[in-house]
Design a protein around this ligand. Structure first.
Ligand code: ADP
Ligand code: MG
Length: 756
């Protein structure tokens, strides 16, 4: 059997619902050493036949045998393998990679076959010299003439060195002089191959052909000089060289290797840069992707962070839109000078010094009446009381609340001058008198969703007293006993002030004894430590002794041990040392919300951390909704970005279809093609990423100034940058995969037709 045999092969074209016949029921035997010329008028099926023979197109009926093997079950990739092994193609339209140089085009054929670089270099240079293009070897193919291009195509076919060479109208686009040269070259290199040339200009090849096939309407109507005809020698003397050619035929070579990973990488890198416009466009698309994805990423992180910031600040219950909470950047306590500077700063409407109190509600009560409100300094009271008057002594307070007949009872006047107690954890109970009451209206017309906008105005000494208790509850207090730390809570059942305990001493229940060496706590030292957001205070105290059931009343001066079980007592001075800290947090109110940003800037430059409460209100309110919606939204946006990027990249890579069809024509399979594409996209994407990082860096050192980039700096950690890079990497790999699938969906010729 011959090298190629076609048995009743038919090929149909389907386009827009119309079926056209390309070739129908063709029978043909082709053997090595033949120089076959196929002629026929336009549309007679010559190209179709050639494409079927070279596996560039599929056939629908019949069977094609290659060296005796059936091919009707072949997949596209089987045909790629077949082409790599057997076929070199030359087309009327050249099918070269126009952005590659002459040398690169010719070398490509050998690279796909996995040759060693040194071998490629030597052979490619030889071949280029042979086709007379040596001086143009480093010129881009796009800058060559038609005749030169066809020489490159022939050189490439030569470099491929296969048993079968097919040429479809190789001289069709050339002037007669160039055509003559091409014919010479073709016949020269064709000595031991099966050469199949399609031409409508038979004259050009008649001196070299050993066999002529004439086609008409998809069928072979004439076949002269076939090797199997047996009379070739006598009937057509000019074909006499055939047998000699057949003898020269070299025996089957070993199976060709495949393109190496190194070459794939090299081609990918080359493809990235060899079309500058495409490179820049891709860079822009990826930059868009990086920015969009990272912006989503940052917004999710920022949201989380903001939510947790509010969590940290969950004592901000007074959401005044004009309020800015400040602390000093060095976390030290506010000084008088700080307060004065803040009070006199431009656009400051008022300053609340005891800010922590402003958010802490306090109970004042006696047996007839109780009142619950935020604590403010009496200096912050802006009006004279509606009932009673301003405080005359340190223990007098003014209440303000809604005049709804409920808050203050039926007869608010009766409350004036009455005594109440203020309880604070750990600290001493305070006695206060109500000096006056301010009415806030009926409460129904209030736009605040907090009905507890009730306030208690305290004097400075009172505030200091209450604050102690507050700091006690807002800090973590620990006792260091024998190297282990134990938390103790100020207040009932925990740490308390007791006048019977001298300064520098601590009184413990007997239950502590076993924790100490030899079972006695008395006379030993221990550390008491209070830690809060703004301070960390440690005291070393001497244990004055322990109390038991019998000794409790004598040692503490208190009654009823059951109510005080497990309590630990220290002197008031020590309690103050632990908790009576200065104020670490104040609130500035701006005169107008439009000055908030300016205020924040000013404060931060002035050494404060500023938290604009307004910006955190909504987040706090919608915290859950936000975290439920934010992430899926970010995912949706990223997916949208992915698809936009995919389609734009597809558009940009439109021309790549021809490139990859060319690679397929040369016998490259899907996998290496995908890897080449992947290298290109990943490289492009990583360069964009590097640019993005560069922008962020420039922002950091202050060369560019962008709020968005600033957010990146604030919210992204090294790990995030790595995750971001990984997302992009995966994205470009997926895109190149999708792209390759679409390229390899149809036959090589189909792709070429689609893309060209
Ligand atoms: P030739 O190369 O001899 O000019 P072709 O093989 O190109 O002829 O075409 C053979 C027949 O197949 C023609 O009738 C042509 O209209 C049809 N044909 C070729 N290519 C296509 C195609 N891509 N889609 C539809 N019909 C086609
Ligand atoms: Mg044709």
């Amino acid at each position: 059997m011959g090298m190629i045999r076609l048995k009743n092969v038919s090929k149909y074209y389907y386009s827009k619902g119309i079926i056209a016949s390309g070739i129908s029921r063709v029978n043909l035997d082709l053997d090595a050493g033949e120089f076959v010329v196929i002629t026929g008028e336009s549309g007679s099926g010559k190209s179709t036949l050639l494409n079927v023979i070279s596996g560039l197109d599929t056939y629908e009926e019949g069977e094609m045998y290659i060296e005796g093997n059936e091919t009707s079950h072949y997949t596209a990739s089987d045909f790629e393998g077949y082409r790599q092994q057997y076929i070199s193609c030359i087309f009327q339209s050249f099918n070269l990679v126009s952005s590659y140089t002459v040398y690169q085009n010719v070398a490509l054929a050998m690279q796909i076959d996995g040759y060693e670089p040194a071998e490629i270099r030597k052979k490619v240079n030889d071949i280029i010299r042979k086709v007379g293009l040596y001086e143009f070897r480093n010129r881009k193919v796009s800058k060559l003439s038609g005749g030169q291009k066809q020489r490159v195509a022939i050189a490439r076919a030569l470099a491929k060195d296969t048993k079968i060479l097919v040429a479809d109208e190789p001289t069709g686009n050339l002037d007669s002089e160039s055509a003559e040269g091409i014919v010479e070259l073709l016949t020269d290199i064709a000595s031991d191959k099966l050469v199949i040339v399609v031409t409508h200009n038979y004259e050009q090849f008649k001196d070299h052909a050993t066999r002529i096939i004439k086609m008409h309407d998809g069928k072979i109507v004439e076949d002269t000089g076939a090797a199997t005809a047996g009379f070739a020698g006598e009937a057509l003397p000019e074909y006499g060289r055939r047998s000699a050619r057949a003898e020269k035929r070299t025996e089957k070579k070993t199976k060709k290797k495949s393109i190496t990973y190194g070459t794939q990488l090299k081609l990918g890198v080359r493809n990235t840069f060899n079309l500058p416009a495409k490179f820049l466009l891709l860079l822009l698309v990826f930059l868009f992707v990086v920015t969009a994805v990272s912006a989503q990423y940052v917004s999710v992180k920022k949201q989380k962070d903001t939510v947790s910031e509010v969590g940290w600040n969950n004592y901000f219950t007074n959401y005044d839109p004009k309020r800015v909470v400040v602390e000093k950047q060095d976390k030290s306590a506010f000084t008088k000078a700080d307060y004065e500077a803040l009070e006199n700063a431009p656009h400051v409407e008022k300053l609340i010094r005891e800010d922590i109190m402003y958010d802490s509600s306090v109970f004042i009560e006696n047996k007839d009446f109780s009142f619950y409100g935020y604590v403010l300094n009496i200096n912050n009271l802006e009006q004279t009381p509606d009932i009673g008057g301003l405080p005359q002594a340190d223990d007098e307070v003014v209440l303000s609340g809604y005049d709804d007949g409920w808050t203050f009872g039926e007869n608010p006047e009766d409350l004036i001058g009455k005594s109440f107690k203020v309880s604070t954890d750990g600290g001493k109970e305070q006695k206060v008198k109500i000096a006056g009451i301010v009415f806030l209206g009926s409460g129904e017309d209030s736009d605040s969703m907090y009905s507890e906008n009730s306030m208690i105005y305290f004097s400075d000494p009172l505030i200091a007293e209450v604050r102690k208790g507050m700091y006690a509850t807002n800090s973590t207090t620990t006792m260091m006993i024998n190297g282990t730390e134990q938390t103790v809570y100020p207040g009932m059942g925990g740490l308390n002030v007791n006048d019977n305990v001298p300064e520098g001493y601590i009184l413990l229940p007997t239950s502590y004894d076993p924790m100490f060496k030899d079972g006695y706590a008395a006379g030993k030292e221990m550390q008491l430590r209070a830690k809060a957001l703004y301070y960390d205070q440690e005291l070393t105290l001497m244990i004055m002794g322990t109390y038991g059931e019998k000794t409790f009343e004598r040692k503490t001066g208190l009654k009823n041990l059951a109510e005080h079980d497990g309590e630990v007592y220290i002197n008031e001075m020590d309690f103050r040392r632990l908790y009576e800290k200065g104020s670490f947090q104040a609130s500035v109110f701006v005169d107008d919300t439009k000055n908030l940003e300016g205020m924040k800037d000013m404060l931060e430059r002035g050494g404060y951390h500023a938290l604009v409460l307004k910006d955190h209100i909504n987040n706090y309110m919608n915290e859950e909704i936000v975290s439920i919606i934010q992430l899926p939204m970010a995912v949706i946006v990223c997916l949208a970005v992915f698809f936009i990027a995919y389609f734009v990249i597809r558009l940009i890579l439109k021309s790549r279809g021809v490139y990859f069809a060319t690679l397929r024509m040369l016998g490259m399979g899907k996998e290496p093609a995908r890897r080449i594409m992947r290298v290109e996209l990943v490289l492009d994407c990583m360069i964009s990423y590097a640019l993005f990082i560069l922008f962020i860096y420039l922002n950091r050192i202050g060369v560019v100034n962008s709020v968005q980039l600033m957010d990146h700096l604030t919210y992204l950690t090294m790990r995030d940058y790595i995750i971001l890079a990984a997302i992009l990497l995966v994205m470009s790999v997926l895109i190149s995969g999708r792209f390759m699938r679409s390229i390899f969906r149809s036959s090589a010729m189909g792709t070429y037709r689609e893309e060209a």
